[in-house]
Design a protein around this ligand. Structure first.
Ligand SMILES: Cc1ncc(COP(=O)(O)O)c(C=O)c1O
Length: 392
């Protein structure tokens, strides 16, 4: 794997900026789903203030009354420049992009372009639960090709699954999560090229959800699926929403490889009516001017991953865990604790800490929990203390 250090940032760690009192005033899902005595480290929202360039862009737009419809390709241009600088990828062509309301609706629309009703969509379980819900809701059939025991893509399983689902000439797609939620696995260039070769051999189309792309740990490279040999016929979804905490400011980009341009061109016009002008202003400002803030965040997340490993070793040594290569999520194997399939339920009821239960992530999720590390070291410490107290 290519090892690249994080750039040093002069900016303060945004994960240390907000106290619990301020956070509890938030009205978003993370802070409103549970009563106030529960510490929430579940849904993928971050406990950070907005990056200053994003605040400035939004405030300027508000002052101008610039609240109409989006125009132009500024978001795609900002992402193309970010991709080139950050990942050394110059293959993001603005003319092969489309704005979409958010990543999951983009996923649905890309799958609609390359599959028909009833067709199989392969996912690598355990994986982000909406991959099941959204795909089933659009009348496709989810087929699991589980990750291997090392939590990496299992190419033999993928090969066998592709062969099975394409029997009789059926159309099929792979919905790839790169980097992978919940395990934080950053797929390597070799792994992705092998996936592309398998997909090509079996006639499977690849749709890559790359929403967590900017959130790599120190020394880990993110590799865009469309950048690997064979990735030219892929479709990718990217967004600034995870890395800069902008989920409430709706926008994302669908990106086609050169051999998928004709597919993206069939995207119904109304899909690009969904993203908000405000979302696009915020996302573009983040990608263009928010990299100092991002570097400070990434350094803080590296610290949090180390802190979690130390805390687990001290207070919950039976919990198995590999520090994530990307994302701000931690995937904890709690099977040795003897808490059954849903340890998150026990941690919530007895410890008053909210984590994601592993079971909705599909095969491989039972006995696991997902913890959100995009918070302060103090709250991570308190969360592990509460988890340990649930076992008393
Ligand atoms: C892998 C993955 N895809 C998509 C989303 C949701 O993105 P959006 O809000 O843009 O639909 C998330 C949110 O956590 C995610 O982890």
């Amino acid at each position: 794997m290519t090892r690249i250090p994080h750039a040093m940032s002069d900016e303060p760690n945004p994960l240390r900026a907000l106290g619990l009192d301020r956070l509890r005033r938030r009205t978003s899902m993370k802070w409103r789903a549970y009563p106030d005595d529960v510490l929430p480290l579940w849904v993928a929202e971050m406990d950070v203030p907005l990056a200053e360039p994003v605040v400035r862009a939004l405030t300027d737009a508000l002052a101008l009354g610039d609240t109409g419809y989006p125009a132009g390709t500024g978001y795609a241009e900002a992402l193309a420049a970010f991709a080139e600088k950050r990942w050394g990828w110059d293959g993001l062509a603005v003319e092969r992009t489309a704005i979409v309301p958010d990543v999951m609706l983009g996923v649905v629309e890309m799958l609609r372009l390359v599959t028909g009703p009833g067709d199989p969509v392969v996912v690598n379980s355990p994986v982000y639960p909406p991959f099941y819900q959204f795909v089933e809701h659009m009348d496709r059939q989810v087929v699991e090709a589980p990750l291997g025991p090392d939590l990496r893509l299992d190419l033999d399983t993928l090969d066998e699954t592709f062969r099975r689902v394409t029997g009789g000439g059926r159309r099929a797609a792979l919905l790839l999560c790169n980097p992978h939620n919940p395990t934080g696995t950053a797929h390597t260039a070799d792994e992705l090229a092998a996936v592309a070769a398998l997909a090509d051999r079996h006639g499977v189309r690849v749709v890559a959800d790359e929403i967590h792309a900017p959130l790599t740990a120190a020394g880990v490279a993110f590799v865009p699926y469309l950048s690997v040999p064979g990735g030219e016929s892929g479709l990718s979804l990217m967004s600034a929403s995870k890395a800069w905490n902008l989920a409430g400011l709706k926008a994302a980009l669908a990106i086609a490889g050169p051999a998928a341009a004709a597919d993206l061109a069939r995207l119904p016009e109304e899909v690009s009516h969904g993203p908000s002008h405000f979302g696009i202003i915020a996302h573009s400002a983040a990608l263009r001017d928010g990299t100092g803030w991002l570097d400070a965040l990434l350094a803080g997340l590296d610290d949090n991953r180390r802190l979690l490993a130390d805390l687990l070793a001290e207070h919950l040594p039976a919990v198995a865990h590999r520090p994530a290569e990307a994302t701000y999520l931690a995937w904890l194997d709690c099977r040795a604790l003897g808490l059954g399939d849903d340890p998150a339920e026990v941690f919530l009821r007895r410890g008053r800490v909210a984590l994601n239960s592993g079971t909705p992530f599909g095969t491989g999720g039972a006995g696991h929990v997902r913890m959100n590390l995009a918070t302060s070291p103090e709250l991570i410490t308190e969360a592990v203390r509460r988890m340990a107290s649930a076992l008393d």
